[in-house]
Design a protein around this ligand. Structure first.
Ligand code: AMP
Length: 496
């Protein structure tokens, strides 16, 4: 294994890295840093998030940019504002002692005036989302004519999000002599096209097998009825008290709904999606980062590229249609060498999709069972007992209160005290999980009326798209639904 010194970085930067606590370079850093430090090559890096790719391009960028030259020399383009902010934070950590180096981040949804002010003060490195950068270019605030390096981070995501034209437009305003460093978790045709249009015989690096995903992620799934997904989620969370996770939903509405239900049911949860204001999103991300929030419920787009340490679980409330979405979702856990679990809560109809993703990732997914009510209660109790065993007693502070406590409890035996103490927390769960039914479903395709087209939390709905124009009056609509109900019942009776 190589050291950071041997990759060709300056002593100043090696010292910064040491202070950040990075001991050895990650595989992508080991490969990319010496190549990029040459300064005259284009590069395509196939790397998942969490592999240390920000430092892989960030450290060489910081070395190559001239601090005493006030022109914008490097541009980093990323798909979301969260990712842009994250990249900027990383670059700022690398350059804390570079007094003349300005790194400015520009993204939509925040005051453009502040960003203009910062860019005008001089920015040797600009980190941007495509839309806002185009805006600043058209206002002639940003000048890219002296740019020497362009980094396209999470290129596949930018193309998924429809930024192809913006990227073309941005790149066309940079000099032909610039070098392009492209990073992507996957390499679909569109990303290849960017590489062939804008790069000259690029170096290609990849870490891990193509599309294989992070080895430290344990992929699991459980099978329930669509309508039981929320219950299954709750049970899983109750059974995993130490969970610190991101829950992915397909739509903003589902995201909001699941978050609201979790909050109402007493969990530490909040939603992150595109309908929230920038301030709201910042607030949610801040409390997730400092772990006052235990569960972040998010859409694919809003949570893309988020780097929060020690996320234990990624939970999918549905299987995403795109393979890349699964990779990006599950990449929120098992970051920086840690282990993590990616759990898909699927209905029987989605099991196929699990198998497809399994084949594509070449990783085995383990079927796990939704815990029974008894199991949840037992685990909760054990967690409580564990907490009692581990708690630090502040002898000095508590001493003066104890005589009164002993007096109050004098008639209870040791066993009684334990029982009562445990029940304080436990009763709530016992009550909730008494007679809790088994939520697990078989994976095999059988005809089951419960797995019809109902959506979790919404119950069954039938939309009848006929009305007055079809000769139907209000009064006989009810008759019609009664007729339909009878019809469905008799069909089912014959089928079962
Ligand atoms: P990234 O893939 O750039 O989002 O990085 C994932 C995480 O790994 C970030 O929290 C980095 O701070 C951390 N990291 C990057 N490089 C190293 C390294 N060589 N050793 C330890 N942690 C690292």
């Amino acid at each position: 294994m190589k050291s950071f010194e041997s990759l060709g970085l300056s002593g100043q930067l090696v010292e910064v890295i040491r202070q950040l606590g990075f001991e050895t370079p990650t595989p992508i850093q080991e490969k990319a840093i010496p190549t990029l430090l040459q300064g005259n090559l284009d590069l395509v890096g196939l790397a998942q998030t969490g592999t240390g790719k920000t430092a892989a391009f960030g450290l060489p960028l910081v070395e190559l940019v001239e601090e005493n030259n006030r022109n914008t020399q490097a541009l980093v383009i990323a798909p979301t504002r969260e990712l842009s902010v994250q990249i900027t934070n990383d670059l700022e950590r690398f350059t804390a002692s570079y007094k003349k180096l300005n790194i400015v981040t520009v993204y939509g949804g925040a005051s453009i005036r502040d960003q203009i002010f910062k860019v005008k003060r001089g920015a040797q490195i600009i980190v941007a989302t495509p839309g806002r950068l185009i805006d600043l270019l058209s206002r002639k605030v940003v000048d890219l004519t002296a740019v020497r390096y362009v980094v396209l981070d999470e290129a596949d995501e930018m193309l998924n999000m429809g930024f192809k034209e913006d990227i073309d437009e941005i790149l066309s305003t940079t000099p032909d002599t610039k070098k392009v460093w492209l990073f992507s978790a996957t390499m679909p045709r569109e990303v290849r096209e960017i590489a062939s249009n804008y790069m000259d015989n690029p170096e290609e690096l990849s870490v891990g097998e193509r599309n294989r995903g992070n080895e430290n992620i344990d992929h699991q799934y459980l099978v329930v009825d669509e309508r039981d997904k929320y219950l299954a989620l709750k049970r899983f969370v109750d059974n995993t008290p130490e969970i610190f996770g991101v829950i992915f939903c397909r739509t903003k509405i589902d995201t909001q709904k699941i978050a609201e239900h979790l909050i109402k049911d007493g969990y530490s949860a909040d939603a992150l999606h595109g309908d929230l204001s920038q301030q709201q999103r910042d607030r949610v991300m801040k409390s997730f980062r400092n772990k006052t929030l235990q569960l972040l419920v998010a859409t694919d787009v809003a949570a893309r590229g988020i780097d929060v340490e020690n996320v234990t679980h990624v939970i999918h409330m549905n299987m995403p249609d795109e393979m890349e979405f699964y990779t990006h979702r599950s990449g929120r856990t098992a970051r920086a060498g840690k282990k993590g679990i990616s759990l898909a809560i699927v209905s029987k109809r989605e099991v196929n999709r699990v198998q497809q993703i399994e084949r594509s990732l070449k990783r085995k997914f383990t079927r796990v069972m939704v815990p029974t009510g008894d199991e949840v209660c037992q685990n909760k109790l054990l967690a409580l007992v564990h907490k009692v065993k581990q708690v630090e007693v502040n002898e000095e502070e508590i001493d003066s209160f104890l005589p009164e406590v002993y007096h109050e409890l004098r008639e209870l035996s040791k066993e009684d005290i334990i029982k009562r103490f445990a029940s304080i927390e436990f009763n709530r769960f016992l009550e909730y999980y008494r007679d809790a039914r088994d939520l697990n479903r078989s994976e095999r395709k059988t005809f089951e009326t419960t797995d019809a087209d109902d959506r979790y939390l919404t119950g069954d709905r039938v939309f009848i798209n006929i009305g007055k124009m079809d000769g139907l009056e209000k009064g006989n609509l009810l008759d019609l639904s009664a007729i339909l109900a009878k019809l469905i019942k008799s069909i089912l009776a014959r089928l079962i």
